[in-house]
Write a protein that binds this ligand. Structure first.
Ligand code: NAD
Ligand code: WQD
Length: 344
């Protein structure tokens, strides 16, 4: 990281997206100055202003693509960030199966360009959004970072490819500080109700789908499988509040400020929650009912997946502190105050 202790600018690729926008607020709260770089392919143009409103400080935003080397060069020159948090990427598993080339080009190709631009600009601190998807269908739960990694779909392959690229980069240039943060299932929203997850079209993920049923935008939830080898027969995941998740990024940045290194760290709570448990928690938080039907399993799904979060605790001094009730309450506040999301 830059030796200049007064430089607190952090380039946030994908900073207008769901997790990136919350990260920008957490960065501001921690005294950093985020510079958002996002092509808005999956984000609302209203988000940067909303971040500034919630954070209470102006926030720089540049609309641009991580595959555009000139665009990135201009941003590094103008803002001189000391570090990069790299959220930009396409994230739909189903879409990646239909368009694997587009996922490789955007996610892996884009990361190549970003890394070259960082190198040119002399910025050698990077936090990357990886995913528990790199563990595939795990042999054992909870999952530790030493569990084998494997591909289950083209989206997951892009995360593995980027982790591999970053490993090779660190081996060649050990003066870099690199973190691959493997997220479990981020849910919830900023507690103020002004920012949250705003998927376009039909939500792929469980929590936003439940929230849209509760608010009346969709009729019923389909529960994908009631015959999994889990306590109630539905899939079990490690849902983590997005504010906890982004605070983990701030903790990671602080560690990288102390010196170079290569880190692979799970960000999860360590607790598995079933689909039906989440439905019940959401009903309790919202006071609305969430009608559902149990239907066939979704192809490619797994029974259960939750983190061993011990390494994050020992290395970062960070742990998730918000419980399921808070995740649902915050998701609900965002959903019912903004039934159409950001509204574009
Ligand atoms: P998101 O789609 O809301 O945010 C990604 C942002 O990146 C969007 O704003 C999009 O416009 C932008 N973007 C995409 N391609 C770009 C490009 N070529 N140039 C510039 N901007 C580009 O997704 P999210 O849920 O906030 O996820 C952020 C990151 O975390 C992604 O890399 C995702 O793969 C990873 N992740 C997400 C989850 C999850 O469940 N949400 C879980 C694990 C990992
Ligand atoms: C959770 C549970 C479903 C929707 C995906 C990606 C993963 C990661 C996070 C980025 C499962 C069930 C869901 C619905 C349901 N993304 N479900 N009805 O599958 O754990 O992970 O998002 O890295 O890569 O694969 O999350 O929210 O889609 O599903 O019953 O309408 O909810 O079967 O058990 P998942 P999810």
């Amino acid at each position: 990281m830059s030796p200049n202790a007064t430089n607190r600018k952090v380039l946030v690729t994908g900073g207008a997206g769901y997790i990136g926008s919350h990260a920008c607020v957490a960065l501001c709260d921690a005294g950093y100055q985020p510079v958002i770089y996002d092509n808005l392919c999956n984000a609302s143009r209203h988000v940067p202003a909303r971040i500034a409103e919630v954070a209470g400080v102006p926030v720089d935003f540049v609309q641009g693509d991580i595959r555009d080397a000139d665009g990135l060069r201009g941003v590094f020159r103008e803002f001189e960030p000391c570090a990069v948090i790299h959220f930009a990427g396409l994230k739909s598993v189903g879409e990646s199966v239909r368009e694997p080339g587009r996922y490789q080009d955007n996610n892996v190709g884009g990361t190549h360009v970003l890394l070259r631009s960082m190198d040119e600009a002399g910025v050698r601190t990077l936090v990357f959004s990886s995913s528990a998807t790199v563990y595939g269908d795990p042999d054992v739960v909870p999952i530790t970072e030493s569990a084998p990694v494997r591909t289950t779909n083209p989206y997951g392959q892009t995360k593995l490819d980027i982790e591999c690229l970053l490993g090779e980069l660190y081996e060649a240039s050990p003066d870099w500080g690199i973190a691959c943060l493997r997220y479990f299932n981020p849910v919830g929203a900023h507690p103020g109700g002004r920012m949250g997850e705003d998927p376009s079209g039909i939500p792929n993920n469980l929590m936003p789908f439940i929230a849209q049923v509760a608010v009346g935008r969709r009729e019923r939830l389909q529960v994908f499988g009631g015959d999994w080898p889990t306590p109630d027969g539905t899939g079990v995941r490690d849902y983590i509040h997005v504010m906890d998740l982004v605070e983990g990024h701030v903790a990671m940045l602080r560690l990288l400020e102390r010196g170079p290194g290569l880190h692979h760290i799970n960000l999860g709570t360590g607790r598995g929650v079933s689909v039906l448990e989440l439905v019940r928690a959401f009903e309790a938080a919202s006071g609305r009912s969430v009608p559902y039907d149990i239907v066939a399993r979704r192809p490619g799904d797994i029974a259960e997946c939750w983190a061993d979060p011990t390494l994050a605790r020992s290395r970062l001094g960070w742990r998730a502190s918000r419980d399921l009730a808070e995740m649902c309450a915050d998701a609900w506040r965002w959903q019912h105050l903004n039934p159409q999301g950001y509204g574009d």
